[in-house]
Design a protein around this ligand. Structure first.
Ligand code: PLP
Length: 220
């Protein structure tokens, strides 16, 4: 099947309330354009520089999602260009986003990334530090938190369900509370191998790369 066929099949399989992010990291502009041409507007990248290069070359109605770790010194490049930052995971990063967006008086839409499996190799905030970040978000004027993002430890269906459910519980708990600048609308969980499990656990945003574009080649 072609890339655009993969996309269309996947999109038609997903419930209507679920947003499909086509993860286009490492993929060429022509490949992205093929998916764009059959209707996709949400694309995910994990590197700021790569996203900026593609931003310049592709139609301006694309909604770019930054799904990878965000370094503070790169935030300035995103202002006015990124639709949603999925990787807010520290007070220091939050403060930098606030500072950079204030300069243009624009609002940054973000998801808080949680390291739900407490993996040393992964970014994302640990649950015990979440409250402090939420409180700092309430102080902001140029940052809005729209939900939660997580990636989970590699495992089987059972362990995936465990971590996705745990993430959904955090999401639901925060939803019952009232914070300034924070609304729990988006739960960004699920990738090519585990999105079906994530949907069962309550995901409403899945990030799919390989399942659309095929296997990535990092040696190119
Ligand atoms: C690469 C990536 C994805 C997509 O992974 P696939 O397995 O190719 O679907 C999703 N989320 C994040 C954060 C990623 O870095």
């Amino acid at each position: 099947m072609s890339i655009s066929e993969n996309y269309l099949r996947l999109r038609d399989d997903l419930p209507k309330n679920v947003t499909l992010i086509s993860v286009s990291k490492t993929r060429a502009v022509e490949e992205i354009k093929a998916v764009y041409d059959v209707g996709e507007r949400d694309f995910g990248e994990n590197k700021v520089q790569e996203m900026m290069d593609k931003y310049e070359q592709l139609p301006k109605d694309i909604r770019w999602h930054l799904i990878g770790h965000l370094q503070r010194n790169k935030v300035k490049y995103l202002v006015g260009k990124v639709h949603l930052i999925h990787s807010l995971d520290s007070v220091r990063l939050l403060q930098e986003i606030e500072k950079q967006y204030e300069k243009s008086e624009l609002i940054a839409n973000t998801l808080i990334q949680i390291n739900i499996g407490r993996e040393e190799s992964k970014t994302g905030i640990l649950l015990e530090n979440l409250e402090e970040l939420l409180q700092a978000c309430e102080e902001c004027h140029f940052v809005k938190v729209k939900g939660i993002m997580a990636t989970i430890p590699i495992g089987n269906e059972e362990s995936s369900m465990y971590y996705f459910t745990k993430t959904k519980e955090v999401f639901d708990e925060l939803k019952t509370r009232e914070y300034k600048n924070i609304t729990m609308e988006t739960l960004s969980i699920g990738m090519s191998n585990d999105y079906k499990v994530a949907l069962k656990a309550g995901s409403n945003m899945v990030r799919i790369g390989t399942g659309i574009f095929g296997k990535r080649n990092y040696n190119l």
